[in-house]
Design a protein around this ligand. Structure first.
Ligand code: GLC
Length: 474
């Protein structure tokens, strides 16, 4: 039996801001199928976590966490859910706040969390063989596990979900946070600053990221956000494992959020479209091609490209629904255009899971032209709900969407290569041509029906990685 401890800053169903939470929520469930692997998860206990969950937790242990020369108190709470053990680290000062990120001292908050995880290792019921940390917020736990060796022979895996966010702090904080000899500064430092992500990349036994293409891309300065030199150095220990989604959870045949459930029936999918058109005040006509955008409204998602050509595309006989919150620039752009084209565009500037699923179920196309995309989960959900993805060929988008080829009849979506608005426009117009040709549209639909990205294969890849790691060094 291999015991694995996941360390992360968010996890469904407890707390979520993005795709990271979905992965931390669903991967342990998938790994559970393998009886040789036991996954436990450790998270911060945010105020934001609902009472429903808090009332099910019990106090497991109170501990003192050394932060530099001082000690901070922390309590470890425990909860078992769907046969997985979750530990939550609570500290009033760092985590009793509104929301989960966005504070001036986020770096310090997650260094504390990571340090507390190392302390907690002394008490966990099932001692991990592998500490598997995710993204910068958990990065320092990898470094400290290597430097302090709280458990003999503990192996570490670090997964990059997004290299853009690194947890960077002034180098002077080294002495405030750690009582470590100065020789360790080198491993924790990058470009003259303390860097949580780099610390993990330097110390981890294995580094993974969430798609094979992104694993290649981040070795290139264009995608590496300053860290490509260290990834090139560690290339032998870097692997891309594609994320999956929970296909029981995202199933249009059983999804309670859908007014009309379906497997692959186009007619039933169209009934959802009509109901949604009605609800959102769009022209009611099930033949109108409906394009959807469901995302955090941030630059990463390629929204500048959309902005540039959207109005031109709207001159076609199409409809579009946008759902999500984010940067003011994009929110005001979409709300303005929805006001000017009320029968064609609906801008829903909030996030609601039920509404998201109704949109996936109604849409013919899903637009995701990301500037970069480590994996991307939305295009996988779109495929489950038979909305054809239109993506830029980057990261996980490239690994999951194969462009439709009229000649060979292959492909489950549409894609373009360069980060260029008119390339996006061209591919949007092309998608319309295919939509209007019944025969080609049927071929494409068949391919979409066959595309499924469950966790099965990827969970096996992680399990193999854990084995390899514990054997190799045994
Ligand atoms: C981040 C990435 C996204 C990925 C997710 C889960 O949110 O931006 O591409 O799917 O992490 O790994």
């Amino acid at each position: 039996m291999k015991n694995v401890l996941f360390v992360a800053s968010e996890c469904t169903p407890f707390i979520k801001t993005g795709g990271l939470a979905d992965v931390i929520g669903s991967l342990p469930q998938a790994l559970k199928e393998n009886e040789q692997i036991d996954v436990q998860v450790i998270l911060p206990l945010y105020d934001e976590i609902s009472e429903e969950w808090k009332s099910q937790m019990h106090l497991f242990k109170s501990i003192d966490v050394p932060v530099g020369w001082r000690d901070q108190e922390a309590s470890i709470y425990k909860l078992t859910y769907n046969q997985i053990t979750y530990y939550f680290i609570s500290n009033d000062y760092y985590f009793t706040r509104k929301g989960i990120y966005g504070y001036y001292d986020d770096g310090e908050r997650f260094v504390f969390f990571s340090r507390a995880v190392i302390e907690a290792l002394n008490y966990l019921e099932r001692k991990p063989h592998i500490l598997h940390a995710h993204d910068w917020q958990a990065g320092m736990a990898v470094a400290l596990a290597k430097i302090m060796q709280p458990i003999e022979d503990l192996k570490t895996v670090f997964t990059i979900h997004n290299i853009k966010y690194q947890g960077v702090m002034p180098i002077g904080t080294f002495e405030d946070f750690f009582e470590l000899p100065a020789e360790h500064i080198g491993g924790l430092e990058w470009d003259g600053k303390l860097n949580c992500l780099k610390s993990a990349l330097f110390h981890a036994d294995k580094i993974t990221t969430v798609s094979p293409s992104y694993a290649e891309e981040i070795k290139d300065p264009y995608y590496g956000e300053g860290l490509s030199p260290i990834l090139i150095e560690r290339a032998d220990d870097l692997v891309g494992i594609l994320n999956g989604i929970d296909i029981k959870e995202y199933n249009p045949l059983t999804d309670p959020a859908l007014p009309v459930k379906y497997r692959s029936s186009k007619a039933r999918k169209k009934e959802n479209k009509i109901l949604l058109q009605e609800k959102l005040g769009l022209t009611i006509n099930s033949d109108k091609p409906l394009y959807a955008i469901i995302t955090r409204l941030v630059e990463q998602k390629g929204l500048h490209l959309v902005q540039h050509i959207f109005e031109e595309f709207l001159q076609e006989d199409v409809q579009c629904i946008v759902l999500g919150t984010g940067d003011e620039e994009f929110e005001s752009y979409f709300s303005d255009i929805a006001q000017r084209y009320p029968e064609k565009v609906a801008a829903l500037l909030y996030f609601d899971e039920g509404m998201a699923r109704q949109i996936y179920a109604s849409a013919d196309f899903f637009i995701m032209p990301s500037k970069f995309e480590p994996c991307g989960l939305a295009q996988l959900i779109a495929l489950q709900y038979k909305a054809v993805p239109i993506v830029r060929e980057t990261g996980g988008l490239k690994d999951t969407v194969q462009p439709f080829n009229e000649i060979t009849g292959e492909g489950n979506g549409f894609s373009f290569t360069h980060y260029n608005a008119h390339d996006l426009l061209a591919v949007l117009c092309y998608s319309l041509t295919i939509y209007r040709s019944q025969e080609l549209w049927n071929t494409l639909a068949k391919n979409v029906n066959k595309s499924q990205f469950s966790w099965k294969k990827s969970a096996r890849d992680y399990a193999n990685l854990y084995y390899q790691l514990t054997m190799e060094y045994a």
